[in-house]
Write a protein that binds this ligand. Sequence first.
Ligand code: ADP
Ligand code: MG
Length: 352
Amino acid sequence: MKIAFVGKGGSGKTTLSSLFIRHLAANEAPVIAVDADINQHLGAALGLGEDEAAALPAMGAHLPLIKEYLRGSNPRITSADRMIKTTPPGRGSRLLRVTEDNPVYDACARTVLLDGEPVRLMATGPFTEADLGVACYHSKVGAVELCLNHLVDGPDEYVVVDMTAGSDSFASGMFTRFDVTFLVAEPTRKGIGVYRQYKEYARDFGVSLKVVGNKVQGPEDIEFLQDEVGEDLLVTVGHSDWVRAMEKGRPAAFELLEATNRLALQSLQDAADDSYAHRDWERYTEQMVGFHLKNAQSWGNAKTGTDLADQVDPGFVLREESAADRAPGEAAQGDAPVSPPHLPLRPAPQPA
Ligand SMILES: Nc1ncnc2c1ncn2[C@@H]1O[C@H](COP(=O)(O)OP(=O)(O)O)[C@@H](O)[C@H]1O
Ligand SMILES: [Mg+2]
């Protein structure tokens, strides 16, 4: 499943993403962690040293490779240059899976060990001043959007994206790519303000939005959040000494995280699992097509000099079966017969 952490800068998105990723890794779940925040701190929060974090490959810099790989032999996408961040997969496209090896992960992902458990980490790359104008910023986050739209994820596989809650993610459709979006909010008017704005965009697209209260100091903080966000409040997290120790560069083993915070992380996992169980792959595909047509009209057609609506394959639905019975990377061709039961690529769950 695909999970986003969004919220105001400083609210604790990166901290809670990293704790959630550690929690999943401790449960031996396959995880891809993606840092798509303007401030690239996820690597550090997962324990990388400054040099290691700085050496992470930037997805934004590998956009041509990503496009070339994903387009595969899709006849509707005649060249990588004509692929924009919203170009949807179709028959012939290559799809990504969480646990496989492929050229995109080779170029863009690094394995991080969390208490011995491997997690794949990908990062958009640092944003510069110039990126905060429109085009380049989009291309960095666009690399993530392309990957999400080509990623066939199973029920026990997790893709966790730490991202900026900016208007850019609304323009592109990125915000609709997740089974659940955790909005991290401090119990303040500003924190709630970001929630209201997100809710507004999310409403029309059936986005499942859950608020995670952070840096909560007592019952009054919890009451405030309950009053302001009602049933969207999933759980609250207080100050964590474990997090503070990690910030000091003295991380303790994850199993020493405070029990209340471990429970909070489990409720995030439960909420994510529950959302995935309700995923509608057809709607998921329709939405990516909808945003593609919108982006094609507003700038893509002009930029590429073609009608990008032609890239839409009306007979294609992104779903688990579309990747089940063929060589790694190939999407279904024609109306292939219904495939035999999907053999999981991930290792079988280990007993605790
Ligand atoms: N629950 C928490 N307990 C202790 N410190 C926290 C907690 N949540 C966040 N922090 C601290 O607050 C600061 C901002 O958090 P961060 O995750 O970087 O925010 P964001 O990614 O939303 O900008 C960091 O120094 C982080 O360690
Ligand atoms: Mg951050």
